[in-house]
Design a protein around this ligand. Structure first.
Ligand SMILES: [Zn+2]
Length: 413
């Protein structure tokens, strides 16, 4: 495997620091090296420092000129729904015309239309569409994603989605961390109690025995899964050795953040309606909040989660795209950085810490990815700008120069 030397980066944004998620003021310290260099050997970061030092050690390494460019750890997107069939263009246009969610669902739209298309899709077609999404992620500088099932809602269809993720890991450079989200919605054909039993007694044991997921998630919300159903399903998942992530407090403040704290969940995601008590409960239990401003934006809402209060309370905030066909059709972490700064009043530095090192820890991969430090995987992106703040500032403009996974160039202009 060839060695690679990145030299003369305007800013090498390392995020080196303590071996744990960043909180409070730590989120503003990105440990930037100006005129920085990095030597990569065997897919890992060997040395990092001032460019002239790296040059001395470069030997016969392939040199990549970073002059006038920013180098950043690959983005870690800790909340996506990567695998689904089709799109939701009809819903999108209806929403633009001002129709309500209820009216759109009655017209055959909503999550159910994606479930029907995903069930009807065979493995090859589902995999082909997922690979298209994977390329979009890589082009935007994302090198690891968490991905949820949840558009199957039968045992076989949920397994089908998780197996597609396994193949993405084998056949593409993107690292996919699989999450079982059988409790995404209650299928039309089942009564709620019957479906909860199906998830607990049939789906979870199969997912665990085939090692198809690391995490279990649930959509805890009025009209989906209530607090008691959520507790039941997630407790069963925990017994089988799965870690927990949760969709909570998106539409109503239903006590979901508190439940995430009670259950010792790794993350609580969305949190648009979470109040001070929810924030305090997450802090006490060490739950990482995963904020998804893309879905607030794409739904035309203005109800963003209270990012500032969460950072001030000492929570290790994570940002993610929530990539999905209904409420957040974007894979672009730079777009999320823009939304975090303009809509949630995070600083560009905080937003970058939230989408790299903190996200990596939320996926239990903080020792391996999320920052540029010796010994870590050489997953990084080079951007055509001189200052990392430009990534959040020039919104809607692609700035990716090239993207590397384990020292290999996998995407770029
Ligand atoms: Zn989601």
């Amino acid at each position: 495997m060839k060695s690679v030397a990145i030299l003369h980066a305007s800013q090498l944004v390392t995020l080196s620091g303590p071996k744990r998620p960043r909180i409070g003021g730590e989120m503003s310290d990105l440990a930037v090296i100006r005129d920085g260099g990095m030597l990569i050997r065997a897919g890992k970061i060997d040395i990092i420092g001032p460019s002239n030092e790296i040059e001395k050690n470069a030997g016969d390494a392939e040199v990549v000129d970073g002059a006038g460019k920013v180098v950043l750890p690959g983005f870690v997107d800790a909340h996506t729904h990567l695998v689904f069939a089709g799109n939701r263009l009809e819903d999108f246009e209806r929403r633009a015309r001002g129709e309500t969610y209820e009216k759109i669902a009655a017209a055959g739209g909503g999550i159910w239309s994606t479930v029907e298309k995903t069930r009807a899709s065979n493995d090859a077609d589902l995999l082909a569409q997922a690979k298209k999404h994977v390329n979009w992620f890589l082009k935007c500088g994302t090198t690891t994603v968490e991905a949820k099932s949840g558009y199957g809602l039968t045992l076989e269809d949920e397994l089908k989605i998780l197996r597609v993720m396994r193949r993405l890991n084998q056949e593409t450079p993107l690292e996919v961390v699989p999450t079982f989200l059988g409790a995404h919605a209650i299928p039309r054909e089942d009564r709620p109690s019957v479906y909860v039993d199906l998830v607990i007694n049939e789906m979870l044991p199969r997912v665990a025995s085939e090692k198809l997921a690391e995490f279990c998630d649930i959509f805890c919300e009025r009209g989906y899964f209530d607090i008691e159903q959520s507790r039941k399903i997630l407790s069963a998942a925990k017994k089988l050795g799965l870690k927990l992530r949760m969709h909570v407090d998106q539409l109503t403040n239903s006590g979901g953040a508190k439940l995430a704290a009670d259950l010792g969940a790794t993350t609580a995601d969305h949190l648009e309606k979470t109040d001070e008590q929810g924030i305090a409960a997450m802090k006490a239990a060490g739950v990482q909040p995963v904020l998804l401003p893309g879905s607030v934006y794409a739904l035309g809402s203005t109800s963003y989660p209270r990012a500032r209060e969460m950072i001030d309370a000492g929570l290790a905030v994570v940002l993610a795209t929530d990539f999905n066909p209904g409420s957040s059709p974007t894979v672009s972490m730079p777009m999320i950085l823009s939304l975090a700064c303009t809509q949630m009043k995070m600083s560009p530095a905080e937003a970058i810490a939230a989408s790299t090192i903190n996200a990596a820890y939320s996926l239990q991969r903080g020792e391996k990815i999320g920052s540029l430090e010796p010994g870590k995987l050489a997953n990084f992106s080079i951007f055509d700008c001189e200052d990392y703040r430009e990534l959040a500032y020039w919104f809607g403009i692609p700035q990716t120069h090239s993207v590397y996974v384990k020292g290999e160039r996998v995407a770029g202009a």
